[in-house]
Design a protein around this ligand. Sequence first.
Ligand code: WT7
Length: 637
Amino acid sequence: MSYPFQITSYGQYKEAYKKSVEQPEQFWSDIAEQFLWRKKWDKVLEWDFKKPDVKWFINGKLNITENCLDRHLDTRGQVPALIWEPNGKEEPHKVITYKELHFKVNQFAQVLKNNGVKKGDRVCLYMGMVPELPIAMLACARIGAIHSVIFGGFSAQSISDRLQDAQAEYIITGDGAYRGGKDIPLKNTIDDALVTCPFVKRVIVYVRTQSPISMIGHRDVWWTDEIKKVEAQGNPLVDAEEMDAEDPLFILYTSGSTGKPKGVVHSSAGYMVYTTYSFVNVFQYQPGDVHFCTADIGWITGHTYIVYSVLCAGGTSLMYEGLPAWPDAGRMWDIVDKHKVNILYTAPTAIRSLMAYGLAPLEGKDLSSLKVLGTVGEPINEEAWHWYDEHIGKKRCPIVDTWWQTETGATMISNLAGVTPSKPSYATLPLPGIQPVLVDEQGKEITGNDVSGNLCIRFPWPSIIRTTYGDHERCRLNYFATYDNMYFTGDGCYRDEQGFYRITGRVDDVLNVSGHRIGTAEVENAINMHTGVLESAVVGYPHDLKGQGIYAYVIMDAMPDNKQLAQADITQTVARIIGPIARPDKIQFVTGLPKTRSGKIMRRILRKIAEGELANLGDTSTLLDPGVVNEIKEGRV
Ligand code: WT7
């Protein structure tokens, strides 16, 4: 396996970039040629950001699982495709070769068919980090069903919302999942969600934790029983469904500035081509390298850099079930040594939390297999960058700071490991094909260097979001209506003297807590459901470990006698409605909120107070009741 599109020098990067801008169709068709197609495309690209309508590799036919699996069987059948490291240290790890993975995916694809799943059906996967999760994803893709993976930390209410939005009739889950010291009750949560989703026809349950669960007749079946039926059928190979380039591959829900998460839809071909291109170039993947991405597959990072891109490249993907600091803060380094990990891709929040343990957990760890380090999910502070560089990479591993989003499918701005320059806390330069633009509030482009603005992308790339499931207008309004003819990322950005990009964080009402995206409106909606709450306003504030913490200002119908208990109750409500990741870090009870005469909450003021910047709150003269600001300042928690 070699990668003809792998860039190996800075000069080559500049050349590729230039070509990608000047002749984008030629550029991407050359790369797409390296994949396995049932039928090649007639035309490379058609696009109109106004609608938006973006199509890549028009009339091309393929199945991504033939690229992830079948294509490698002859040459790489015995190569590990997945290495799975369990939560506990005592349990043995698993290695699944390409040949074995191909077999298991076929088997489960047949399970899906036996249960009535057809092309285009939506299948919800609510599972822990077990190999059966990528197996189920690939099995869906094999038969053309659209998977929607829901992170195992989401609540029954969140699952129900997503199932209804996608009209998903099939669910694959586990009895439970291990995560650090906890057993997550997956099936019980699904049962709660299904009370409001009577359209669900089938729930397939994989046993991991052997927790007692209820199995509803005519609806719930066991994974292993279904596999046995396929064995009895003689384990037939399932013909991969021939998919159109633009057929949806999956839906993944993510938070926006409204209260309701949106189902980001990715395509089959464009997603495959761009994610693989980015993987091979950003990480400078070499055949045989062990790639360890610590993300959960419930997020886009796991979809792209644990499953699809790595397998398309014939690589070896290490996934683990646990948490970075469990059972001890040396866990990740033990995994690196045990499996001779070459590429480690993690989040700033994980680096900061491991930093907090000091250097003792690193004693006796070798880490010499590491070649490349990566970070993703939030801006990385310089201190964490240097710690990662010195203590993990021992100053000999390039660090790639990869900026991207659920909507972009794969990395958009990043250095290429050891090939293009890096700079601490900078994502640096766009990948070939990506045309970043900085704009001011009016939408006017800000040119030149040493400037800041809102980050937009001018031209489509193959793995751009195609729609938000069931509501195309929402996709337009969210991403393509703020600025004319551009995709708006929602991020603020600085371009330095050399033209390097540094992402400064969201400019919309979206929070980034430990690399997880949460809408302030979502948290407010959840808080407002708590009895006695009249109104709330949620903002982010800098948090040493999480990057951002959640600060909630809450008006109750009467000031609670026991504030601590009331805070705990509200926290519990948010965990119930959304999930534990959205729990506010701080709750302040107030009697009013700073509002303009037209009734708009002035979040700027609330943010400053939450940040502790009490001296300079800016102009408060337009407030309906300027007095409320003093009260809030004094009651700061
Ligand atoms: C938001 C997207 C990309 C997969 C994980 C998160 C922030 C992401 C970086 C980075 C600074 C970053 C942005 C972006 N973000 N990577 N390297 N530097 N900020 O995906 O949940 O869709 O969140 O994460 O604010 O908009 P997501």
